[in-house]
Design a protein around this ligand. Sequence first.
Ligand code: PMP
Length: 328
Amino acid sequence: MTVIPTAATPHPAPVITHAEEDHPAYLWRDGHILPWAEANVHASSLGWSTMAAVFEGIKAYANPHTGAQWGWQFAEHYQRFAQSMRLQRMRPEFTPLELADISRELLRANGHTGDTYIRPLAWLSDVTWFTDGESSRTSIVIITEPFSSHLRTGRTVKSCISTWIRVGDNQLSPRVKCISNYQNSRLALIEAKRNGFDQPILLNQAGKVTEGPASCLFLVRDGVMITPSLTSGVLESITRTALIRLCREELGLTVQERDVDRTELYVADEIFFCGTGAEMLPVSSIDHFQVGDGGVGPLTSRLEKVFHDVVRGIHPGYSNWRTPVSHA
Ligand code: PMP
């Protein structure tokens, strides 16, 4: 890459390249598996073109006993990806089924056989200035990277109620994963971290509990599992739906999807975040109120074991949630 000096940048800016081991060999873009370094985007298409960008966060988990790797809820994630694109009036050239197959192919091409994150992103690739973007082509890229699961490690987080209000369905719908929504999440996260917390919880315009910056939320009161309803201003979380089913079918618990008041969190027996990235993340305190004994609560712990075993295929049930990727 040649950098031409200008008045504003008299010295060429350093070219930062990732070390070989920092990235996988390949990614997939618009129909092709490409070597990492060749997947460039022109600078003029950045900015406005990503205003409507939507993404997914998907995982594949390995079974430590058999070595088999399972894609976790590929169909559900690519269905939501399609829903996110629909709300942005994007016209993808690939179906959810095709994108799920491509993800398996990419995992194999990159030789990822352990726990792996899969990140599809769709954006308006012809847009270089502010416009409705409806006539633009929709480009899609899929990136894979290994991750370390914190399931069943005992990790907990300190939480707080954010002063930032969650975006509403008539503003930037939190129902889908549009990049622009995450500015709202980011502001809340910055505030929480600067105030010494790990993860904020945002309220909606009506003052009811919604979710974390990138995760949904459950609380336990008197043995009942409670989570804010899907119309309270939360992402239609795939983990949330899976956990509701596991709570009912595996633990025999009552689950309520309803409005949740802020002070219910202060008197809850257990609270945990959930999501593809968050997996299950127990909350040790909220606004300095200790939750339970400050560790992983008993129902959270039981649910986490079931979830862990199901995603890794140790629990043989729920097989339609798992897609085989590689088998050792
Ligand atoms: N809410 C937000 C804002 C998120 O970004 C995520 C992560 N995708 C979640 C909730 C959890 O959703 P899922 O279980 O589908 O990953």
